[in-house]
Design a binder for this molecule. Structure first.
Ligand code: SF4
Length: 333
């Protein structure tokens, strides 16, 4: 697959350094087709590669338990920066930096930013190396550019699916955000975390466009879910089993708050939060999701019952208001 740096030489060096005999390859969905090619490279080092075919959406989902079961000496995790603080199995992160050029998409974003003088820049780990180029281009176009660094993620200006601390840290000082990267997912996260106009410069499609209309639609859907969950008699509290998604204490607290409000509440342990899994429990009126918060944002289109984020549940329970929720974020801690 062209367009990404898989750092094959570094992988070989890490295998040799550790003397790893059995290596687990974990790739996100878009990069999975590379698995067999990378496995072949690893085989040539004398180690035995095993490719994880399970879904992997973030570094929160490090396959530690699987690795331990398989007697793995080294996990090679592709496509995400380190998130879990202390790995139980030696792990190498290959961020899979994109090699695609961003100049054309950036040029196309400038007219869409014409109304704004102060721009916040953001991107995913795949494109952090392009932030300087983007900054220069915007400065040449007469803009003041700000790149946030709240110190929570690995790089300045980086956002992940559920961490927008970098953009939030500068939101008050900018008029709009420019996100560099493919797809709408992360840009939508920026718009819903900052409520600032957000433009995407997509280097894969070589185009630039606004995400604001979609953010407004999602916001309306979230409010509708909160209203519906307000009538629920029975709540299901979802506990994620993925390493970086497990928030047991939070789940216990939610059950307690629900019961204090006269509701029934049951705890559910789950690896993948799928509509068909939740359909097995028709007596549950609404769910509270303590695992990956972004799944809740897909809820209205995929799930039959409201699947609230923890913060949204606090509105239903009267612990906070919709206005405060908007200020603090729909889905962030
Ligand atoms: S919790 Fe969800 S959004 Fe956050 S890193 Fe994991 S998969 Fe991505």
């Amino acid at each position: 697959m062209k367009g990404f740096d898989f750092e094959e030489e570094r992988i070989k060096q890490e295998i040799a350094k550790l003397g790893a005999k059995r290596v687990l390859l974990q790739l996100p969905e878009g990069l999975k087709p590379e698995g067999p090619r990378l496995a072949k490279i690893i085989e040539k080092t004398g180690a035995l590669p095993i490719i994880s075919a399970d879904p992997c959406y973030g570094a929160c989902d490090l396959a530690t338990a699987e690795a331990q079961r398989l007697g793995i000496d080294l996990i090679v995790h592709f496509g995400h920066a380190k998130l879990v603080k202390h790995e139980q199995v030696p792990t190498v992160y290959v961020e899979a930096r994109a090699t695609v050029t961003v100049a054309e998409a950036l040029e196309k974003s400038v007219p869409l930013l014409s109304k704004y003088g102060k721009i916040g820049l953001a991107t995913t780990v795949q494109h952090v190396q392009t932030l300087d180029e983007a900054r220069e281009l915007l400065v040449r176009a007469g803009k003041t550019v700000v790149v946030g660094d709240a110190g929570r993620v690995n790089y300045s200006g980086q956002v992940t699916g559920c961490d927008y601390s970098n953009v939030k840290s500068v939101a008050n000082g900018v008029e709009a955000f420019l996100f560099i990267g493919g797809g709408r997912f992360h840009a939508l996260g920026i718009a819903l975390s900052t409520f600032k106009p957000t433009i995407i410069a997509d280097p894969y499609e070589n185009r630039a466009y606004s995400i604001d209309e979609e953010a407004q639609t999602v916001l309306k859907q979230r409010w509708a879910c909160i209203e519906e969950a307000g009538h629920a008699k029975t709540f299901g509290v979802l506990i994620g089993l993925k390493l970086g998604q497990k928030r047991l204490d939070e789940a216990f607290r939610i059950k307690e708050i629900a019961e204090k409000n006269g509701k029934a509440a049951f705890l559910f342990a789950v690896r993948e939060i799928l509509p068909e899994a939740l359909m097995e429990f028709p007596s549950v009126d609404a769910y509270v999701n303590t695992a990956c918060p972004r799944i809740s944002l897909d809820a209205p289109s995929k799930f039959l019952k409201p699947v609230l984020t923890v913060n949204e549940f606090m509105v239903v329970a009267g612990e906070t208001s919709w206005e405060t929720l908007l200020k603090n974020g729909l889905f962030e801690n």
